[in-house]
Write a protein that binds this ligand. Sequence first.
Ligand code: DX5
Ligand code: ZN
Length: 215
Amino acid sequence: MQISPSILAADFAHLADELDAISTADWAHVDVMDAHFVPNLTLGLPVVESLLAVSPIPIDCHLMIEDPDHWAPPYAEAGAQSVTFHVEAAKDPVRLARDLRAAGARASMAIKPGTDFAPYEDLLPELDMVLVMTVEPGFGGQSFMADQMPKVRQVREAVRRHGGEIWVQVDGGVSARTIEQCAEAGADVFVAGSAVYGAESAADAVAELRELAQR
Ligand code: DX5
Ligand code: ZN
């Protein structure tokens, strides 16, 4: 069970300190948005490069961008330890996943709430993680979509059938109230933005989420 706090809910004026605050987590989740794939704009490669230089933990880059075939590999080349692209935006997901792995990153595919997983099951051998979105991508602080739990189960089942070590991540509205049902459905990597950075102590929130996920 791994916890990946999203720095989208952190103070962007003090990102190095905000990364230190989650040093007990497994990953730092960095949401890259381009104002085209999603109606919001966050940060890009230069900021990720700076974060990589100071982060005490590996970086889990979630790219909500158009044309990931072109724009995603540079994040892996920069040293991001995990790079997630949206399959809805990818032209050639097999080639993209191979490019990410060749650059040394874990290759991960994200699916939006309205996207079926079944057509992409064949991609599993190319992947190290599948991200099942539990909100519509674009903003932090939205309500958790419990109706995505059957999809988490479906992905976990497919991973079991295929074998190999492929993680199943959930992202959006994950909190102390919702994490147990995600774990129960088969998720093993949990992204949480507001639940971690909105708490009085980010470290305590990480510890609490980890404990609940392991129950
Ligand atoms: C939403 C982002 C999430 C977001 C999660 O598009 O992908 O990573 O930061 O924020 P919370 O945990 O507040 O829903
Ligand atoms: Zn995210």
